[in-house]
Ligand binder design. Sequence first.
Ligand SMILES: Cc1cc2nc3c(=O)[nH]c(=O)nc-3n(C[C@H](O)[C@H](O)[C@H](O)COP(=O)(O)OP(=O)(O)OC[C@H]3O[C@@H](n4cnc5c(N)ncnc54)[C@H](O)[C@@H]3O)c2cc1C
Length: 360
Amino acid sequence: MTMSDNIPSTLIQAPLHVAESSALEWDEHCDVLIIGWGAAGACAALEARANGADVLIADRFTGGGASAMSGGVVYAGGGTRHQQAAGFSDTPEAMFDYLKHETQGVISDETLRRFCDESVSNLDWLENHGASYAHQMPPGGKTSYPSDGYFLYYSGNELVPEHGGPLPPAPRGHRTVGKGQCGAVLYSHLKAACLRAGARSLLQAAAKRLVVDAQGRVIGAELWCLPPDSPQAKLHARLAARAERLQNFAPGYCRNLRKRICQLERDFARPRLVHARNGVILSTGGFIFNRELIKQHAPKFQRNFKVGTAGCDGSGLRLGASVGGQGVGLERVSAWRFINPPYSWHKGIVVNREGQRFCN
Ligand SMILES: Cc1cc2nc3c(=O)[nH]c(=O)nc-3n(C[C@H](O)[C@H](O)[C@H](O)COP(=O)(O)OP(=O)(O)OC[C@H]3O[C@@H](n4cnc5c(N)ncnc54)[C@H](O)[C@@H]3O)c2cc1C
């Protein structure tokens, strides 16, 4: 798939076909290559390392992605120790019932069941890798995001009476302990855990095409890397940080910054071929900054406020599609609207201009 010039996205190329891995002069080898070092890539790296794989994680920027700009809130329940410390007796069944009502078939029962059944152990897993959570709840019940000092809250619509089950509604938003928006804190723990575990990293390295052998197996990728510590690499990092910081205030300016980022990559990045003996994981995040993909899959969201980082251009989707992968659920976009005051949210309904109810 190619992108038209006016869209500042990574240009993804058709896969490189080789008869077998020995037919290429590789620059680097690993067991598992992970493309994209946000929270998903970091978790995959930790699991791969725990299973003894030699892991290389590549990121187009310096890692973090949307994960590091997020609120760092992990939706967890079913009886986490923090819920218990706050006096709530949640169960995986109650969590499943609530989420099934809330998600209305967006995900399969099987996946949802596993998410709920494994929720307590998943939060433990994060804590074992350095992130911490706590049980202090903000006063007043519902809030959009807890202020500093509070870490457990109703991050969904659990307080809406219609969602009530036999148990009292349980708060499940577990904000990573830290100050301000805590995604950066959560990500810093995951990143440190990856490095402690011995995962290797390649930064400012954008994957542009996959390498496929005669059996159709993906055996590596071509990464376009900026020279480390070069003035261009430093400028690239600065432009990306600025585009992220100012997106909400000056979206047009930030679009130009993203164009300059692509131009720097085109002018100064050099290819490195990485051989992955046991597989390539694509974890490059979302696609909100790829106008063509949004138009194609989620046209209703074209005019929405865009939140994400410059890396959210659907690179992983396009790389996957280049070797026959099929995206599913791409029309499901998360869009937010904060309505004040939050503590009234679950007591009312939202109506449209005709006075018709469209949301609790
Ligand atoms: C403002 C904000 C607040 C949020 N708050 C929450 C919250 O509190 N709780 C919650 O659960 N969710 C939250 N979310 C959603 C959540 O942050 C994302 O769903 C999640 O971070 C996605 O993680 P990821 O690892 O898949 O992608 P990302 O974290 O975006 O990581 C993808 C990485 O891939 C890299 N990459 C992209 N293309 C390439 C390429 N071609 N080659 C190499 N690398 C590439 C990027 O540079 C990036 O580092 C929030 C999102 C935003 C924007």
